[in-house]
Design a protein around this ligand. Structure first.
Ligand code: AP5
Length: 195
């Protein structure tokens, strides 16, 4: 299985690039943000619980996110691979994912870290907020999401560096250019596997 993580702060282009990556490499796109937003839209008790966190730009507790992810992964084990978008966001989540994949005799192949300057991130989120309908795209909540990324999620870089899995991609370029940089990294990985 080709299992990728696309990693980066809010607005770095994870969702945009994932949509292109799944087409090129025939992977399943697993966005925990999308799964959680679907729960909110269904207005289930779980969706209402989730909205308390997401509307404030806070991380949803690990156990809730994990249940969503576990269900999705185990239902799609016949997939050629996954791109994990927005997951993991904490060390607890990263370890749980490693464990789950090990049980399925698989592993994370590459962590694509998309790097974008903070003011550009903010401007992209404000641009999207004009018509996204997302409750967390306001200026105040976007600032909080960026801060939470720095405090709680960015430290995962060290976790994956220690495993030798990080590739850094300069995300300060048009969408197609960033995509081409990501493809070079993934193709380089795949070529090494053939040797
Ligand atoms: P999630 O849905 O994962 O959102 P996020 O990580 O904050 O990321 P965004 O969707 O805002 O941005 P993106 O990097 O995908 O960029 P995009 O491609 O959209 O999470 C939302 C919330 O869910 C979290 O805050 C948390 O509450 C909860 N949650 C989710 N997963 C969780 C987990 N694992 N644990 C706990 N809680 C969790 O692009 C953004 C904009 O920029 C778009 O308008 C796009 O068109 C534009 N753009 C993209 N690329 C470019 C480019 N190269 N140049 C110019 N514009 C660009």
């Amino acid at each position: 299985m080709l299992n990728l993580i696309i990693f980066g702060p809010p607005g770095s282009g994870k969702g945009t690039q994932s949509a292109k990556i799944v087409q090129k490499y025939d992977l399943l796109h697993l966005s925990t943000g999308e799964l959680l937003r679907e729960e909110m839209q269904k207005d289930t008790p779980l969706g209402r619980e989730v909205s308390k966190y997401m509307d404030q730009g806070l991380l949803v507790p690990d156990d809730i996110v994990w249940r969503e992810l576990y269900e999705y992964v185990t239902q799609h084990l016949d997939a050629p691979g996954f791109i994990f978008d927005g997951f993991p966001r904490t060390i607890v989540q990263a370890k749980a994912l490693d464990h789950l994949l090990q049980e399925k005799e698989s592993h994370i192949c590459l962590v694509i870290s998309v790097e974008v300057k903070e003011e550009e991130l903010f401007s992209r989120l404000m641009g999207r907020g004009e018509d996204s309908g997302r409750s967390d795209d306001s200026a105040e909540i976007a600032r909080r999401r960026l801060q939470i990324y720095k405090d709680q999620t960015f430290p995962l870089i060290s976790y994956y560096k220690a495993q030798g899995k990080i590739v850094s991609i300069d995300g300060m370029a048009p969408v197609e250019e960033v995509f081409s940089r990501i493809c070079n990294a993934v193709d380089g990985f795949l070529d090494k596997q053939k040797v």
